[in-house]
Design a protein around this ligand. Structure first.
Ligand SMILES: NC(=O)C1=CN([C@@H]2O[C@H](COP(=O)(O)OP(=O)(O)OC[C@H]3O[C@@H](n4cnc5c(N)ncnc54)[C@H](OP(=O)(O)O)[C@@H]3O)[C@@H](O)[C@H]2O)[C@@H](O)CC1
Ligand SMILES: Nc1ncnc2c1ncn2[C@@H]1O[C@H](COP(=O)(O)OP(=O)(O)O)[C@@H](O)[C@H]1O
Ligand SMILES: [K+]
Length: 500
């Protein structure tokens, strides 16, 4: 989905309205979509919704939500609802009697209590200039309450174009529901930190013209389009044959996590090559072999030659998780780089490549999945200037290494050597846990094995499925849980579920 700036958003709204859809119709669609997502997010955890309504259309969206929630609702309005204009005025008129409205110049801590779900409809794309004291007060008290906030369109206080909280205060949302198209500010500056989980509601805006906009963000609709679909009578050999070359004596768990994830993502056949026998039980569905190890418990150089029959039997390879560091690994890496299909390199394979950039030659597609530390080492090794802007940095790595580059973190970026890039919308802080990257490498590897011809799309899809698995797991998640949750995310998308 194309990322756009505020001016383009206004133009598309105006054009859609001129083409015959009323502004209020658009606002209703936004509010209805948001209310549905809030119901799903909230479950039965909350006793009351507190809706913060500013004086513009962002407030109007929140009033539509207030009318639709099936729990007690209190609206704190920054100005009398009778002073609202246009569509927001209409939304105020349509509020049912049971919604309790208070016009408040100021809020204090006692205005929120445990069991509240806060809806932020203070400021959206119309926010400009210095935050007025009343809005700053609303934002600060809401953040201080510790109750989860769902932001309408943008977290209030965030500039829709730059993502910067220019006035030093912005809503820290648990969930942001953005309307029509994702705005640029959600992906820069304070945007990723303040927006929390991200969802998009289609409000039927005119389509953005090709070439307009700024890059792509990957949402559930993109996952629905990209997920490989199989004929009813497919054979396992056509569902992707992945070789995972991973692990060491010290880090055998990494290999097992990657293998589980690849199987649960739906690869037809997964082979796991390790330099040791894992101390953990392996899934029976896995094909496993122990390869020669050096003294330090890592792959020995002889493993490079012995891998040949397995490489010939595979449609993609994922390598590097838990490799550790040993003298034989460079030869193994060289052998893998000769593999003609897609090769995913992660973790220690990337660190090795950073130290030995001359090894970078390739017949097939290379996909790299660095976390920020590994990306930093690659930048040093390959002489790439580091950029504080993660999108720019991922693009520079992709271009220099001629590799589809997945730069991990909140709002993971996937960049292609040809300049395309896509920011992932799914994911949450619960993914910041040991082993979660190993699962990602198995998931992306499986998708590359299924669709070797679409490495950029499959890598972006893998990031989305992994992020969604994290969201499904939530607090207390450990990497061992993730493969099963990836399966649920894949299953939900494949079955056309309305969730996500
Ligand atoms: N149009 C459509 O069809 C659709 C629009 N949609 C929704 O509308 C949103 C855009 O609405 P918008 O343009 O009304 O602006 P909005 O974000 O509510 O902000 C304006 C308000 O903020 C105030 N304000 C401004 N600066 C301020 C400051 N520094 N400090 C404090 N206050 C400040 C300003 O106050 P005023 O200057 O009027 O006193 C005014 O009250 C968009 O994000 C989306 O949610 C969806 O429903 C889809 C259909
Ligand atoms: N704050 C966060 N929000 C969303 N995703 C995150 C966050 N922190 C980490 N992740 C994701 O978790 C994974 C961590 O991978 P990595 O750092 O390689 O972990 P490990 O090496 O322990 O497996 C990546 O997919 C990354 O994008
Ligand atoms: K908002």
């Amino acid at each position: 989905m194309r990322i756009i700036d505020v001016e383009t958003m206004r133009r598309l709204e105006a054009e859609t309205i001129a083409a015959g859809t009323s502004g209020y119709r658009l606002m209703r669609r936004a509010g209805e979509g948001a209310a549905e997502l809030i119901r799903e997010f909230a479950g039965n955890r909350f006793r009351r919704a507190v809706v913060l309504a500013g004086g513009g259309n962002n407030g109007g969206d929140a009033l539509v939500v207030a009318a639709l929630l099936d729990m007690p609702v209190t609206v704190y309005a920054t100005r009398p609802l009778t002073e609202l204009r246009g569509e927001a005025r209409q939304a105020a008129r349509d509020l049912p009697d049971h919604v309790h409205v208070e016009e408040r110049t100021e809020l204090d801590d006692s205005d929120f209590r445990p069991g509240d779900l806060i809806v932020d409809g203070l400021l959206g794309t119309g926010f400009a200039g210095e935050l007025r004291p009343q809005f700053r007060n609303y934002i600060e008290v809401a953040n201080r309450s510790g109750q989860p906030v769902v932001a309408m369109d943008l977290p209030s206080g965030i500039n829709g174009d730059t993502g910067v909280a220019d006035s030093g205060a912005a809503v820290e949302a648990a969930l942001t529901v953005t309307f029509g198209y994702p705005k640029r500010g959600l992906f820069h500056g304070d945007g990723p930190r303040c927006s929390g989980r991200l969802r998009l509601v289609d409000i039927g805006l005119n389509a953005v013209e090709p070439g307009v906009g700024y890059g792509e963000a990957f949402f559930a609709a993109d996952a629905r389009r990209e997920l490989p679909r199989f004929a009813f009578d497919i054979h396992k050999n056509l569902r992707g044959r992945l070789l995972i070359a991973a692990g060491s004596r010290e880090y055998s768990g990494a290999a097992v996590l990657a293998a589980n994830a690849a199987l649960r993502t739906g690869a037809g056949m997964v082979r796991l090559a390790m330099p040791v026998s894992p101390r953990l039980p392996l899934p029976a569905a896995l094909i496993f072999r122990e390869f020669p190890a050096g003294r330090e418990g890592c792959f020995a150089a002889e493993a490079a030659r012995e891998l040949t029959p397995w490489l010939e039997a595979s449609s993609a390879v994922a390598a590097g998780s838990g490799w550790g560091d040993g003298p034989g690994l460079a030869e193994v890496l060289e052998r893998l780089l000769d593999f003609p299909g897609p090769l995913l390199l992660d973790a220690d394979a990337l660190n090795l490549l950073s130290r030995r950039p001359e090894l970078r030659r390739r017949r097939g597609t290379l996909v790299i999945t660095p976390h920020p530390g590994e990306a930093h080492r690659l930048a040093r090794g390959f002489g790439i200037p580091e950029s504080a802007d993660r999108i720019e940095f991922a693009c520079a790595l992709a271009e220099r290494l001629h590799a589809v580059t997945l730069l991990k973190g909140a709002r993971t970026v996937v960049a292609a050597p040809d300049g395309r890039w896509s920011v992932n919308s799914s994911g949450c802080a619960d993914l910041a846990a040991a082993g979660s990257g190993d699962v990602l490498s198995g998931t992306v590897g499986a998708l590359l094995a299924m669709r070797p011809d679409a490495p950029f799309e499959m890598t972006a899809l893998g990031a989305w499925l992994h992020g969604m698995a994290g969201e499904l797991g939530g607090r207390g998640l450990i990497a061992d849980d993730l493969p099963g949750l990836v399966r649920l995310a894949v299953g939900g998308i494949a079955a056309g579920s309305a969730s996500f």
